[in-house]
Write a protein that binds this ligand. Structure first.
Ligand SMILES: [Zn+2]
Length: 297
């Protein structure tokens, strides 16, 4: 596929939702790690339910049934429909007990709340910036807030972290850069709770190093499925090598690898990552949860 064709296709499939569907529309760390437990349930793709300091957050809900959307055109294996697999439980159960939803960015594989009615319109919802907040409000959600450097939700400190959702070569192409857009990570902190750094859709960048140094997380959640575009070298998210890099860069943290086996353009499977983790002898601190699996820290 020629680059411009690929860019247009990505524009349609990432920025606007799928063809044929309506347009989609700190304070310094005060935590004393390890005295309270944190629970995370990996749902599917990047969808994660985190019980943190008495509150339940749902990050990046993609709640559609298997095959609901066309593959992202201009990306690896675009003939396959998304999601590739069903949710491990009914969408209603995913929403049970959720106090707030966090949307790291509005690509369809992280937020399809405009496509269905599972997410209550009045739920508290955090977006990365005003542009995303506007899109989400346009879908009828009434309590959409922008996460900042020092956002507190009922005792939990939420910090937006940065990155880049692709390589410098991709971002040198203006239209493609626009379509890849920005995506945030999140640091969860509360007094007495382990610090969790959910890195989000980014390649490894100085922002990631800086966040690791600043927050010294106890848990690092990596989107490690090595998603690829047609016609470009490199991944638009983390890869298996980044799992090893995180293991070394955060020597006391548990690394949780997600965002595999659910969306067409992932080139790394959990099975391949498991082999890599064993080959490198880093299985003591790397977890690769199955859909629906719960981890405690
Ligand atoms: Zn993603």
């Amino acid at each position: 596929m020629q680059p411009m064709t690929a860019i247009r296709a990505i524009a349609i499939s990432l920025a606007l939702g799928a063809a044929g569907l309506p347009a989609l529309a700190s304070p310094q760390a005060t935590a004393t790690p390890g005295t309270a437990s944190v629970q995370m349930q990996h749902i599917r793709n990047a969808t994660t339910k985190i019980d943190y300091a008495g509150k339940t957050f749902l990050v990046d809900p993609l709640l559609a049934k298997k095959g609901a959307y066309p593959g992202f055109e201009g990306t690896f294996r675009s003939d396959r429909r998304n999601p590739l697999v069903e949710l491990p439980m009914p969408a209603e159960d995913v929403m049970k007990g959720v106090d707030a939803v966090i949307v790291t960015h509005t690509h369809l594989d992280h937020w399809d709340g405009g496509e269905h009615q599972f997410v209550p319109k009045a739920i508290t919802l955090f977006a990365q910036n005003e542009a995303d907040a506007k899109i989400i409000r346009g879908q009828g959600f009434t309590d959409v807030r922008v996460m900042g450097e020092n956002t507190v939700f009922e005792g939990v400190r939420l910090t937006r972290t940065g990155g880049q959702h692709g390589t410098d070569e991709m971002y040198a192409n203006g239209p493609l850069a626009g379509f890849l857009g920005t995506a945030m990570g999140i640091v969860f902190q509360a007094s007495g709770s382990p610090t969790v750094y959910l890195v989000g859709d980014t390649v490894w960048r100085s922002e990631v190093d800086q966040s690791l140094a600043k927050f010294k997380p106890d848990v690092v959640i990596l989107n490690a499925g090595e998603a690829r575009l047609v016609g470009y070298a490199g991944s638009i998210i983390m890869s298996k090598d980044d799992v090893l890099r995180a293991y070394k860069a955060a020597p006391n943290a548990t690394i949780v690898a997600v965002h595999m086996d659910a969306i067409n353009h992932m080139t790394l499977s959990r099975e391949q990552l498991r082999d890599y983790v064993h080959q490198n002898g880093i299985q003591d601190r790397v977890r690769i949860p199955a859909d629906g699996e719960t981890l405690k820290f």
